[in-house]
Design a protein. Structure first.
Length: 412
């Protein structure tokens, strides 16, 4: 998004662009394209309390005393309970933005600053899984449902425009928040692109370096995802166990992503235990956090991306895999079906057998991999960085026009 806006500014746009952040961003990110950086106002007490809790969690670590930490956190979360229909205000931050001459804010993800400061804004809503699948603890436990609903409901209610990543995403926003005044003309669709840091043209030397760094075999599946329960790592492990013990097929997989925090740590521990139980210690490779510069080679060297996630409506790793000609296995669910079309193997994410069958096909059928690779590249080529930039500019111009109309109304 920053790159697209920066290119627009270089070419024709006369607006001033400001990035507000707690810390100055990497100059490479802004690419020297006339951006101004300004610090955000100091964190509000609520945010400070959350930050203190996170520091305490790291200090506490593991052990029997962990239960005392959990009790303390639950008590604190109760004190932070959100009432979705009672909006707090941030007059100091509002004044700061106004002093900076801001006419329109742009939030690339939901942020309570948007409606708590009441500066006109555009905000992206990537998913509403707390509404769609509240059974997953990561979107509902310990006050998380209330926190998300406060942010999404009011973010949608007061936005100048909202961004959805797909028509399915737009449909979800309207289904849940039209009772709060959200109308179809205020929700624009801006599909994702692969991450801009990925390098498609890789040397064999670079691929060899990354494979050696992580001690990966010649053939492996790849899944870049933090260890949230909805990412479904356990069923991938079970599917590999089924293939090994019932079909005599050994398939390796590389998992990368964070597993810090109570929920993710629990998922990671479950996956490790399951791997040992099924005798898959040599097939499961945990890479931990992977820096951006290594991701391209991991995609390029993989036999396939395996991503049987429960969440959508769309997912960026699918697009990234297509950019490298990497075949994809993902979930046969609403949203993802529309994203992939016929360019992926779709499996029921609740079925170990379905996931195993999809992996078997990808692992053993070179022709199928080639077909899916070609289809993925074709689908990716139908929506380019130029398309994204044009669409983003249209959205910004529309938002600016709406803000101008509101100013004129207020002046009358």
């Amino acid at each position: 998004m920053l790159r697209a806006l920066g290119e627009w500014k270089e070419q024709a746009c006369e607006d001033e662009f400001i990035v507000f952040a707690q810390q100055a961003p990497d100059p490479k990110l802004l690419n020297g394209q006339g951006w101004t950086f300004k610090p955000l106002m100091p964190a509000q007490p609520r945010l400070q309390q959350r930050n203190i809790l996170e520091v305490l969690r790291r200090i506490v670590g593991e052990g029997s005393h962990r239960e005392a930490w959990r009790w303390l956190r639950r008590q604190s979360e109760r004190s932070l309970q959100y009432n979705p229909d009672r909006v707090r205000s941030r007059p100091d931050t509002t004044s700061w933005f106004q002093c900076c001459g801001v006419d329109l804010m742009f939030y690339s993800e939901p942020n309570p600053l948007s409606f708590e400061t009441r500066i006109p804004y555009v905000m992206a809503i990537h998913d509403l899984q707390h509404r769609l699948q509240p059974e997953f603890a990561e979107v509902s436990a310990d006050g998380e449902w209330e926190r998300r609903e406060y942010m999404f409901r009011n973010g949608a209610r007061y936005a100048t425009l909202l961004l959805a990543d797909s028509e399915v995403g737009k449909e979800d926003i309207l289904n849940f928040y039209s009772p709060y005044g959200v109308t179809p003309d205020r929700v624009e669709v801006l599909p994702f692109l692969p991450a801009s840091y990925l390098a498609v043209n890789l040397s064999e030397r670079e691929q060899h370096r990354v494979r050696a760094t992580y001690r990966l075999p010649e053939r492996y599946l790849f899944y870049p995802a933090q260890f949230w329960p909805h990412k479904n790592h356990a069923r991938i492990v079970q599917a590999l166990g089924l293939l090994k013990h019932e079909r005599g097929l050994k398939v390796s997989v590389a998992f990368c992503g964070s597993y810090t925090g109570e929920i993710r740590q629990g998922t990671f521990d479950e996956v490790q235990t399951l791997s040992s139980k099924l005798g898959l210690e040599k097939e499961i490779h945990y890479l931990g956090y992977v820096p951006d510069e290594d991701m391209s080679a991991l995609y390029a060297g993989a036999v396939a991306l395996v991503m049987p996630t429960f969440f959508g409506p769309t997912n960026i790793p699918v697009l990234e895999a297509w950019a490298f000609g990497c075949p994809v296995l993902t979930s046969d669910i609403r949203g993802i079906r529309e994203q992939t079309g016929n360019a992926a193997i779709l499996a029921d994410p609740r079925s170990v057998e379905a996931i195993a069958e999809g992996i078997y096909q990808l692992w053993t059928d070179e022709n199928l991999r080639r077909i899916l690779s070609d289809r993925g590249r074709e689908r990716l080529a139908s929506y380019t960085a130029d398309d994204y930039r044009r669409r983003l500019i249209e959205i910004v111009e529309e938002a600016k026009a709406r803000v101008q109309v509101e100013k004129q109304k207020a002046a009358q």
